[in-house]
Design a protein around this ligand. Structure first.
Ligand code: HEC
Ligand code: HEC
Length: 254
């Protein structure tokens, strides 16, 4: 019955089409889709001017329970609330300094290392859109308070992203290096007992480790003299392997 009616309508429309006729509902729907796509694109564009957390940095479902059990010390306001223009450090790095995806875990790093990185972000010897905005719009006191808070925390293995690396291959690279490519063993510097001097990689997010290795290799992170040489001869696959190995180290020591 309806079909017949539709057919009739169609015939009618075709026969007596006039330019001032009311528009067909189908082009209107297309228009709505087009306009929404345009709006979404505009929002993305506008968003790139403001430091947005990566999609993974929102707290995952299993996190609150784990974090609640940690009994964290009281955090300064800059960590929990930020200031008038900067988001809280915790909105990206987490209240336990656990980080997420390409946002690093800050727990387990030393005050000296954290301070150096903030200075580097300020002086643009290390560049990142989010962190440039954070250091430009936070006071020295706020930054000091934040890093002293994070430096006292133990790193927590709460992020389980998997990049497809093989930890066993990564272990070999970490412990023996890749001499034919001029890569010394990573653990000669990144060992737990040397964590005062070198950033600790145990339990760091694999996404982040991997992103930094690629950044060192391709001249995107230039705030250190040795790391770029250390990774020049590594393939992306080897970087994922070693990222997975270091990520898993903290789970084993639990
Ligand atoms: C909008 C998200 C965001 C906010 C807010 C944020 N960070 Fe970051 N932070 C990042 C990202 C992303 C990186 C990784 C940068 C890179 O890839 O080089 C980072 C890196 C860092 C590093 C370097 C860590 C390392 O292992 O080298 C430090 C230190 C740091 N942030 C401290 C802070 C502090 C302190 C605050 C609060 C005052 C803060 N961040 C707020 C996103 C954020
Ligand atoms: C000769 C010592 C040395 C060796 C060997 C070394 N590193 Fe590093 N690495 C450093 C130093 C120093 C830094 C900190 C640079 C800075 O101040 O920003 C660093 C930084 C890093 C970072 C960034 C950490 C962060 O929190 O941002 C990663 C990831 C890393 N190294 C991985 C590796 C891997 C993987 C290897 C082995 C293939 C390796 N390193 C070998 C000294 C070394």
């Amino acid at each position: 019955m309806n079909q017949e009616k539709d057919k009739n309508n169609q015939a009618f429309a075709e026969d007596s089409f006039e330019p001032w006729e009311q528009s067909n509902p189908i082009p209107l729907a297309f228009l709505v889709v087009l306009v929404s796509l345009l709006l979404i694109a505009l929002l993305y564009y506008a968003n790139s001017y403001y430091p947005a957390p990566t999609s993974e940095s929102s707290v995952k479902l299993d996190k609150p329970a784990k974090l609640a059990a940690l009994n964290l010390p009281a955090a300064p306001k800059v960590v929990t609330q930020g200031n008038a223009v900067v988001w809280s450090c915790a909105s990206c790095h987490g209240l336990a300094g656990e980080g997420s995806g390409q946002t690093p875990a800050l727990a387990g790093l030393t005050v000296d290392y954290l301070q150096k990185q903030l200075t580097d972000f300020k002086e643009l010897t290390r560049d990142n859109n989010s962190m440039r905005y954070v250091v430009e719009h936070s006071s020295d006191q706020e930054l000091e308070a934040a890093i002293h808070y994070y430096a006292q925390l133990e790193r927590q293995p709460v992020n389980m992203t998997y990049l497809g690396g093989f930890a066993s291959k990564g272990e070999q690279l970490a412990k023996q290096g890749k001499p034919e490519a001029g890569a010394p063993p990573c653990s000669s510097c990144h060992a737990p007992n040397l964590a005062q001097v070198f950033p600790s990689l145990e339990g760091q997010n694999p996404d982040y480790i991997y992103s930094q290795l690629e950044a060192f290799k391709h001249g995107k992170r230039t705030n250190d003299a040795v790391m770029p040489n250390n990774v020049q001869g590594l393939t992306s696959e080897e970087m994922r392997d070693v990222a997975e190995y270091y990520h898993q180290q903290i789970q084993k020591s639990d």
